[in-house]
Design a protein around this ligand. Structure first.
Ligand code: PDD
Length: 283
């Protein structure tokens, strides 16, 4: 079955979908996106993603091409038309097509594109055995709280990690870990405290992050929102990352050094279980 994608009001086979070469996301990365997980055919924590979309749009003075309340029905239609049971729905809003000019166009029609990807989220080799990360300088711009499609620095960092034989990179600024290339980063200290960077403009306010911190507090685990250095991370009892597509992903090696005993830690595994329970319940 050919994948059906959504482009500006129409569903079509992916091979028939087109976007203008003048689209400002193509020329200037002038667009924002969201990725929502799908489990059992249902979107996970989607209200959070839509709230963040609204914020990203406002930060870039970008207009939503359809009322935000209309988006979930389109996302569900993408899921249904592709008979998606487990995976993700990607959505992207761009400022639309206009003759190339650095200034925002006086009039351009914003564009909305959506597609799905099948992916095994509940079971993955990373979740079972943990992933390895290397630390690299964070070369991104300073408004990482806006989920723009300007992802080249993150993509380069990810490829650097893969070329080095690792699974991902953790990005470092002023000696402190900001986040992963497409995930938030955490450590667990020897006394069982979960540490993750406070949400500022330096990181994306992960929707999974928010849910996981809430679940941690409900489970009476200690949480500290502060930066941590690479040295502290290498000596941590546990480490993990969160994102809509990896949920809670154990990190078992940082720069080649095993974290704890080099296997997924108990607090990480517990948080992953709690998150999956929430995702399955259709929250
Ligand atoms: N990325 N930080 C960055 C830089 C990200 O790109 C992402 C998500 C996250 C986690 O956010 P959330 O929990 O809301 O997914 C943190 C998505 C999955 C992506 O680009 O594919």
């Amino acid at each position: 079955m050919s994948r059906m994608v959504y482009v500006n009001g129409e569903f079509m086979p992916e091979a028939e979908a087109t976007i203008s070469v003048f689209d400002r996301a193509f020329l200037f990365a002038d667009g924002v996106y969201e990725v929502s997980a799908v489990v059992g055919g249902r979107l996970v924590d989607n209200e959070g993603h839509l709230a963040r979309l609204e914020r990203s749009l406002a930060e870039l003075r970008l207009e939503a091409p359809v009322p935000l309340e209309a988006i979930p029905a389109i996302q569900r239609e993408v899921v249904a038309r592709n008979e998606l049971d487990e995976g993700l729905v990607y959505l992207q809003v761009t400022r639309g097509a206009a003759d190339r000019d650095f200034a925002f166009p006086a009039s351009a029609t914003p564009s909305l594109v959506m597609f799905s990807q099948e992916r095994s989220l509940l079971e993955s080799p990373g979740a079972a055995h943990g992933i390895s990360v290397i630390t690299v300088p964070d070369l991104r711009w300073q408004r990482r709280d806006i989920k723009t499609v300007q992802l080249l620095a993150a993509s380069l960092a990810k490829q650097t990690a893969i070329d080095a034989g690792a699974d991902d990179a953790w990005l470092v600024e002023d000696g402190v870990v900001t986040e992963g290339t497409s995930s938030n980063a955490y450590i667990v200290t020897a006394d069982g405290t979960i540490v993750t960077r406070e949400p500022t403009e330096a990181i994306l306010r992960g929707i999974t992050r928010r849910a996981v911190l809430r679940l941690a507090v409900e489970a009476e685990l200690r949480v500290e929102e502060r930066g941590f250095s690479v040295t502290e991370a290498r000596g941590a009892a546990e480490a993990f990352a969160t994102s809509a597509t990896s949920f809670v992903n154990p990190v078992v090696r940082i720069d080649g050094e095993p974290i704890g005993d080099g296997t997924p830690g108990p607090i990480t595994s517990r948080l992953r279980d709690l998150y999956i329970e929430m995702a399955r319940s259709g929250a």
